[in-house]
Design a protein around this ligand. Sequence first.
Ligand SMILES: [Zn+2]
Ligand SMILES: [Zn+2]
Length: 370
Amino acid sequence: MSELTTTQATMKTPSRSATMRANVFRGVDKFGIEEVERPHAGPGDAVVRVTLTTICGTDLHIVRGEYPVKPGLVIGHEPVGVIAELGEGVTGYKIGDRVLVGAITPCGQCHACLAGHAAQCGHGEGYEAIGGWRMGNTIHGTQAEFVRIPYAQANLAKIPDELTDEQVVLLADIASTGFSGAESGGVKIGDSVVVLAQGPIGLCATIGAKLMGAALIIGVDGDDGRLKIAKKMGADHVIDYRSQDVAAEVKRLTGGGADVAIEALGTQETFENCLRALRPGGTLSSLGVYSGKLQMPYDAFAAGLGDHRVVTTLCPGGKERMRRLMEMVRAKRVDLTPMITHSFKLDQIREAYALFGDRRDGVIKVAIRP
Ligand SMILES: [Zn+2]
Ligand SMILES: [Zn+2]
């Protein structure tokens, strides 16, 4: 928007007519690599040359038409890269710095950000639900050679030299989101935690529960490969919902119900199973993206008298969150690299979406290299 005013501010930028390759959403199942205009940094922005990104379950919702974005949008929201341009007013960084940017890019200054709800960032004023999710939602995203980072001062997190791109890329979204399921659920030392669905986010919620001090972690899924990796990521028990009664099995393993149930899929069935697996006084920590109506059966909810808490969380973003997560990797508390099961070039993006979407070949997350 403010590009014209900043041409002078970003001296070393290539010619204005430069283009780049990017994955552009055009409509339901219509997307792919196009040559588009390269972004430039306006005041407060940065442009990052993307060296590694990935595909999120939310991107699948977008290309399937289940989550609306405007046709013409470059999608993707998990960038690792190198600073290529710095806009006016961004200090403490230089061109060439390696950075990680969270999927959520809060402004850091609005009422929501200052009240500690940065993911609900209100664009300089008030609050806006999901307002902090900009890249690949309301502005161009990261499945591209370059991406413009808004509010760069609040969002560029320098990557420690000893960490590779692969070690940090999953922190941008799934780790931040998954861990927050355990954090928002208030997991305490000695708690029992059940995590419903062991996709990428659920696996990170399993890791998060362990980091928070849970004594017993139960992972639930219906995919053999995912149940296997759940154990590797910290689940003490796994439940296959295809053959087992989830709530009954959780109650048996926990002696009456889990202290915290983390919902990591976004369906009526998983939400309801979370409620049924909780002990009275327990917390349902919800990460899933729902559509349509969500119902709370009175029996599972103790008719509203069970002292249950239901909390929801959108991926925490911003540079301080990313710094903290990178410290966890540097300190070897967390290693997410086993979750990157496949690697593609940006030009193979449709192939990557097909594999990820069909959950073929034991895929958990794919690396995309522009
Ligand atoms: Zn995502
Ligand atoms: Zn804000």
